[in-house]
Ligand binder design. Structure first.
Ligand SMILES: O=C(O)C(=O)[C@@H](O)CO
Ligand SMILES: [Mg+2]
Length: 259
């Protein structure tokens, strides 16, 4: 039976961020993941997680200046110093909160600048991975679909797998977000099988709506079976935008036989 972590960037989003931790627990989750926790001091987060009895299993490096179109800095030539600050913040939060996985955000890059950006990305990830290894942390690299994030540096799982080989550090893994992979590449089950050795985390949502995973073009019951078959037993991240109140939409779990 698969287990799940509630991504509180999207789930329970009708209430303040810290209250989403309690809401997740009340709905039956003892693991949450998030995008950007940085507006909250570490002691506050630690206290809220401990009080609720919830573990924070994953977080992202900061996005940079979102209003200017930034979405991560790891693959931005000339921004290495800013990335280093984002990275050390992420690692400090992860270590203090006991979070084992950090998604390192690549960045939005014009097509003609991609080759240089990928060199920067690999170098930044390699440096970060060595520090992460000493802290027992896994780095996740996630391809984002170009419909939602045009010009994101990495948009395909196959390319990420090649980049992971290029980085050459064992604690750098693929974040296989089924929503993005279906939009960009499809052939989901074969791709899960092919990338089984480098998959470090999985997230799910319906395609194309990004709502609960009980509608649309992906047969999630078959995806859960495929994950079981490849030996993926870590919590699956619920990173969908609920159709209404999160609690009212959780019936998909029973419908798909995972509750
Ligand atoms: O959008 C997603 O999918 C994510 O997992 C975010 O962490 C980054 O855009
Ligand atoms: Mg995702």
């Amino acid at each position: 039976m698969p287990s799940f972590s509630a991504n509180i960037a999207f789930l329970f989003a009708d209430r303040p961020f810290l209250d989403r931790i309690d809401a997740a627990k009340a709905a039956g989750f003892d693991k949450v993941e998030c995008h950007f926790p940085y507006e909250f001091p570490i002691p506050v987060l630690r206290e809220r997680l401990a009080r609720a009895g919830v573990a924070m299993t994953g977080l992202n490096t900061a996005p940079g200046d979102v209003a200017r179109g930034e979405w991560g800095l790891a693959g931005m030539p000339g921004r290495e110093a800013d990335f280093a600050v984002h990275w050390s913040d992420a690692l400090a939060y992860a270590q203090a909160l006991g979070t084992g996985k950090i998604h390192v955000m690549a960045g939005v890059v014009a097509p003609e600048a991609r080759a240089a950006a990928l060199d920067t990305y690999v170098a930044n990830i390699r440096r970060a991975a060595r520090e992460a290894a000493a802290a027992g942390v896994t780095i996740l690299l996630e391809p984002l679909n170009v419909r939602d994030k045009p010009d994101y540096l990495v948009s395909r799982s196959d390319e990420i797998a090649d980049l992971i080989a290029r980085v050459g550090e064992a604690n750098v893994k693929l974040l296989f977000d089924v929503y993005h992979v279906q939009i960009m590449e499809g052939d989901l089950i074969r791709r899960l099988e092919r990338h089984r050795d480098v998959i470090g985390h999985v997230q799910i949502a319906a395609v194309p709506s990004r709502h609960e995973p009980d509608e649309g073009e992906v047969a999630y019951r078959a995806i859960f079976d495929a994950l079981e078959a490849i030996g993926y037993h870590e919590p699956i991240g619920l990173e969908y935008r609920p159709r209404g109140r999160t609690e009212d939409g959780l019936g998909w779990m029973r419908a798909l036989g995972v509750a």
